[in-house]
Design a protein around this ligand. Sequence first.
Ligand code: S3P
Length: 437
Amino acid sequence: MAELMTISKISDGLRGEVAIPGDKSISHRSVMLSGLGSTPVRITNFLHAQDCLSTVACLRALGAKIEFQSETELTVTGNGFHGLREPGTIIDAGNSGTTLRLMMGLLSAQPFFSAFTGDASLHRRPMGRVAKPLSQMGAQIYGREGNTKLPLAVVPVEGGLKGISYQSPVASAQVKSALLLAGMYADGPTTVTEPFVSRDHTERMLAAFGVPVERAGTAVTINPVKAEDYKAPEAIEVPGDISSAAYWLAAGAILPGSKLLLRNVGINETRTGILEVLQNMGAKLELRNERVSGGEAAADICVEAGPLHGTTFGAEIMPRLIDEIPIIAVAALLAEGDTVITGAGELRVKETDRLAAIEQEFNKLAPGAVEASEDGLVIHGGRTLKKARCFTYDDHRIAMSLAILGAAGEGVELENPGCVNISYPAFYGELERLRKA
Ligand code: S3P
């Protein structure tokens, strides 16, 4: 029988402060890059959630020493830039596309065999987008459906990888990062050009390890790295994840009577599309205490409820808010007027087909409010919400978005709510705390 959780209506808004948990993308990268160093790196505000723990298990299997001092503090000590060792068993990336795609890039360049698996969702997701350019670099990758789906295996190549110039058809930080990691070990420069710039955490963190990445427009180039130039920093402080803050930004903006202060939110400009969209919808947001932490911009954000109106946005801003579409759709449903989202076809290949999931489940709470197209959504705002039982598709971002939408209406029953452990284990507890505050 499916696990069920009831989220009840929130009548008086949300109030108080939220410490935003560590950024998922940056947490993954902190462990991977530290695992290639030869000196200990102390990582703080690490995201202790399933996806990042998949990366920890992976680097341990490759020989890195990883010790947790607390849930969010760990020390990673690698065996040097050429010190990864052949894993004794299959690498399990769980639900994490970032773990799998980045590790495929890194391990394509190593002189040993590795094999990958993951959960049912990851088995359905397209890996040809990294396997294809890596193969052009000379990597030997084998897998299901013409080497594009899990299970996948990487076989060492004699003579190593070649640097290439690759024009990616998708704006994807996972594709870009996989090629940059492989490119460190190639025989010449590797350039990746994207249609629009995706999140640049890999580039920023590589710089902190003494590896420069050149940027020109939407292109990035990495040169082969000499082991002696790869220098791990002593410490990495992970800023809070704006993709997790997004649920409180939207909830604070739409639930009448709300006022929230979100502490330590990463505001790297390749991630802040949600702030622009919510502001365009009329949301009252205020950035305070702007600072730089661990090479990444961060701030505290205050949000207060007020009337919102519909908006329109498309492909250009998409990489800067790709994971926030489900919660933006919640805000749009509670706004006056229509919201039209285009250029969002990538959502069909996330942890689940998020366009289909949003259409299917949101319409259970607000019949006829959402229409999905091949690459977007039309959301008719201002509808009355009713209570319903909704399916999370085992997708953390769908689950959290449905919880906020239900709380804004008459409540919701969530089937399989536990998937929030992928990125935000404390989510439901925080929702209850803030409503009582
Ligand atoms: C991520 C990149 C994005 C994002 C994912 C995390 C990353 O995926 O959706 O949640 O850490 O590089 P794509 O690169 O596939 O767009």
